[in-house]
Design a protein around this ligand. Structure first.
Ligand code: ADP
Length: 298
């Protein structure tokens, strides 16, 4: 199977549960701070490695020379992700997400990118070093956009495929969009990245033709719609499940989609694998839910 390379962020998520979220200027007392290993890049790498098996997924990114960074790297390695290309940045601290959550499931999040914000062309060079034709490279937008642009050029030069999960949403230049193989966004990100509401296959087809790449838009409980740049489109409904926590659903979706593409699946089949993984993820609590049994996504 071709390799999967995840290029992106690693963050320590510091989560504090409070009775109600504070207003500006207000102080509230909460429980004990819980530290989780996170970052969209690392979450997607773990999701992919749990499905593809140890040694199939390489992570490229940066952590700080601190306790958080050591935990982030060790935890990824324990999940079967190759972390040789996760650089320990000598000057920047690890990325940290400060998360306030209330009992009703609402939250407030502020992120300090730290070492993720220092990701640049040298990281792209590490990612490109061992790339082979047919490999699947996955990125998100928690690292600087110039690095994503350079990654798209390097991926193309190697004959590999690039899946970009444009989260958090940011405007991508037209040439960067056109250099992607697959863009994955949720409904709100679609409005920023594609400049359009994508609610069904026809919308996805129009967006994919404009963007010049395949487009996949996840629609929560409605599953996902997809289209290729030639306008072939479809929708994959989600199974009805008992959703308890939607955190991590998008990352589970992207990880499973990448594994399916690397294994040679068509776009519709890879989207189906993503939907199965996303819908399984919402039945579990946490940003790194267990993947669905292999039989469920075959
Ligand atoms: P994000 O979490 O990135 O906003 P979505 O909410 O669109 O992304 O969810 C991603 C995927 O997770 C969906 O395509 C779907 O497969 C699954 N999913 C999310 N919410 C539900 C739900 N309530 N019921 C079933 N599946 C869900």
């Amino acid at each position: 199977m071709p390799d999967i390379v995840v290029f992106g962020s690693l963050n320590a998520d510091l989560v504090l549960t409070v009775p109600s979220l504070p207003a500006a200027g207000q102080t509230v007392l909460g429980g004990r701070v819980q530290t989780h290993n996170g970052g969209k890049g690392a979450n997607q790498a773990v999701a992919a490695a749990r499905l593809a098996g140890a040694g199939q997924v390489r992570m490229v990114g940066r952590v700080g020379d601190d306790e958080y960074g050591r935990h982030l790297r060790a935890d990824l390695a324990a999940a079967g992700v190759d972390v040789a290309a996760v650089l320990v940045d000598p000057t920047e601290p690890s990325g940290i997400a400060l998360i306030l959550a209330d009992a009703a499931g609402q939250n407030m999040i502020a992120v300090s990118p730290g070492a993720n914000g220092a990701v640049d062309d040298s990281d792209v060079a590490r990612a490109a070093a061992d790339l082979r034709a047919g490999d699947v490279v996955v990125c998100q937008l928690e690292v600087p956009l110039p690095a994503v642009r350079a990654l798209s050029t390097a991926t193309r030069a190697a004959g590999a495929r690039l899946v970009c999960n444009a989260a958090p949403a940011a405007m991508l230049d037209a040439d960067v969009l056109a250099a992607l193989d697959v863009l994955v966004v949720n409904e709100t990100e679609a409005q920023v990245v594609l400049g359009a509401v994508v609610a069904g296959p026809a919308d996805a087809a129009a967006a994919a033709c404009r963007a010049g790449c395949a487009v996949v838009v996840t629609l929560g409980a409605e599953g996902a719609v997809y289209a290729d740049p030639d306008g072939r489109s479809g929708q994959c409904p989600a199974p009805i499940v008992d959703a308890v926590d939607t955190v991590g659903a998008g990352d589970a979706f992207v990880g499973a989609l990448a594994v399916a593409l690397a294994a040679g699946a068509s776009l519709p089949d890879a989207v189906a694998a993503g939907v199965t993984a996303g819908s399984y993820a919402v039945t579990q609590v946490g940003a790194r839910p267990a993947p669905p049994p292999a039989a469920a996504i075959a």
